[in-house]
Design a protein around this ligand. Structure first.
Ligand code: NAP
Length: 128
């Protein structure tokens, strides 16, 4: 309990313009690539926002092109560098198309945030 309180206070006392807690060592860079599935809204969207604010390269994926583009445009209007690609995690053809695009454009994936655990195995298969 006490540790949680100290960490919360440390976090809140860190620079208000940065989401990076004062006790964190920065190990990532713009070359660190993260992707988040189902990210046009909710937790996924929030994570893309946080990761992009930290300076990573982030791919926002969503199954609906219009919703995905809208979400990316919103983030871009705040100066963040994010990319959109359509991905329906329940559709193997969509996963394959995404993986081929990703491999060509970025090559290596450093961080995968997905509520769909099987996706990791499938994307890994295409990227190795
Ligand atoms: N919110 C919480 O407090 C909370 C707490 C614990 C756990 N969770 C879990 O965390 C997950 C996300 O929560 P959330 O609040 O962010 O939910 P949300 O606002 O409903 O967002 C879910 C996202 O997943 C997308 N999605 C659904 N099926 C998909 C598919 N086949 N392919 C690609 N994207 C798909 C949705 O896209 P569309 O817009 O196209 O539908 C939407 O962008 C859920 O599994 C939820 O049960 C949430």
């Amino acid at each position: 309990m006490e540790v949680n309180k100290e960490i919360t206070e440390l976090y809140l006392s860190s620079s208000s313009s940065s989401p990076i807690p004062a006790f964190t060592t920065r190990w990532w860079s713009k070359d660190t690539v993260a992707m988040v599935t189902g990210a046009n809204k909710g937790i996924g969207f929030s994570l893309v926002n946080q990761l992009a604010q930290l300076g990573l390269t982030v791919i926002l994926t969503a199954r609906d092109v219009e919703k995905g583009n809208r979400a990316v445009e919103l983030l871009k209007s705040h100066g963040l560098h994010v990319h959109f690609y359509r991905l329906d995690v329940s559709d193997p053809a969509s996963i394959k198309t995404f993986a081929l695009w990703f491999q060509k454009k970025f090559g290596v994936l450093d961080i995968l945030v997905s509520y769909f655990p099987l996706l990791f195995l499938i994307v890994s298969r295409f990227l190795t």
